[in-house]
Design a protein around this ligand. Structure first.
Ligand code: COA
Length: 285
């Protein structure tokens, strides 16, 4: 799909890069020649991913343990990366989410999700952004949002609040920093099977089946599809795309929004036939 050296000489940090979508993007960016840094909270997970992905021929990978909720630790991590040389690209991918009825959430539950998704994104973006601006170094930020960033969603309210903030940050800084060489975009993915997300958001086979059936394409997205879109958006090939939120959900969001869209699943062949207008008998109008 891409030239094999699309991301050669690009230095990329992916938060939450040890697992799931972050790991998938790390794999693809390495194939395309990038130097990839991954961070996450669990050292053993990062080390395993680093070892596994270091076998991907083209690029180089290094892992750094970091809880992105902690500004001091983010600053230390970014400082340590910058000692090798400045980053070119930041992917804010780390997330936290779970299904719950909102009235049952504790303040700590809101704090945990908002801390990872919103504050984590802000911490990493500011740490890189300030360095890029000061050195007049171009930079690209790609944020992983959600299709419900703009609509909100029941049962994942802390995540919906945090992702809405991430989209606001994306659009705001795209304008504020654009004239100084920093591009900022987001991807809003629909359901893509990963252990972290599906164990928390679609934890039962019937929920998974329901999610698959309601998608216009009748399937989930793949990590590879997301990684390819991400590679395009962080590459110089998308240099004029700034402040955009690219939805990648098989049309799921539109399916939910269209007033009559659900009828396709409710009405049978006979129903459709019976609703066809009958021709008026000859001689009568
Ligand atoms: N329902 C309601 N509350 C929950 C919950 C659930 N399913 N899971 C956690 N919480 C609450 C806890 O009770 C706690 O609140 P308290 O301090 O008031 O008791 C708070 O959330 C923090 O939980 P804790 O497990 O201590 O936090 P953590 O920092 O270790 O984990 C989470 C953060 C909760 C977001 C955890 O799910 C996580 O680490 N997720 C990362 C991976 C992920 O979510 N991937 C999917 C992305 S789509």
């Amino acid at each position: 799909m891409f030239q094999p050296d699309l991301l050669r000489q690009k230095r990329i940090l992916i938060t939450g890069g040890g697992t799931g979508l972050g790991k998938g993007m790390a794999h693809r960016f390495l194939e395309l020649g990038a130097t990839v840094y991954i961070c996450g909270r669990r050292q053993h997970v990062l080390s395993e991913t680093e070892t596994e992905l270091s076998r991907v021929a083209s690029g180089k990978i290094r892992s750094l343990p970091c809880d992105i909720r902690d500004l001091l630790r983010v600053e230390q991590m970014i400082e340590s990366i910058w000692k090798d040389g400045p980053l070119d690209i930041l992917v804010n991918n780390a997330a936290g989410n779970f299904l719950a009825r909102t009235e049952e959430l504790s303040p700590g539950a809101f704090e945990a999700v908002l801390g990872i998704v919103l504050m984590g994104t802000i911490n990493a973006t500011m740490a890189c952004g300030r360095r890029w601006l000061q050195a007049l170094h171009p930079g690209v930020v790609l944020n992983i949002a959600a299709t419900y960033s703009s609509t909100g969603s029941a049962y994942v309210v802390p995540s919906a609040m945090a992702k809405a903030g991430v989209v606001a940050l994306t659009r705001s800084l795209a304008v504020e920093w654009g004239n100084r060489g920093i591009r900022m975009n987001a991807i809003a993915p629909g359901p893509i099977p990963t252990e972290g997300a599906f164990s928390r958001l679609l934890p039962r086979p019937e929920l998974e089946q329901f999610a698959r059936d309601r998608n216009p394409l009748r399937r989930f997205g793949t990590t590879e599809e997301l990684a390819n879109l991400a590679a395009f958006l962080v590459s110089d090939g998308s240099g004029y795309i700034n402040g955009e939120v690219v939805v990648m959900d098989g049309g799921e969001q539109l399916q939910g929004a269209g007033e009559f869209s659900a009828l396709g699943r409710l009405l049978t062949e006979d129903d459709w036939k019976s609703m066809k207008p009958r021709k008026a008998p000859k001689g009568r109008q």
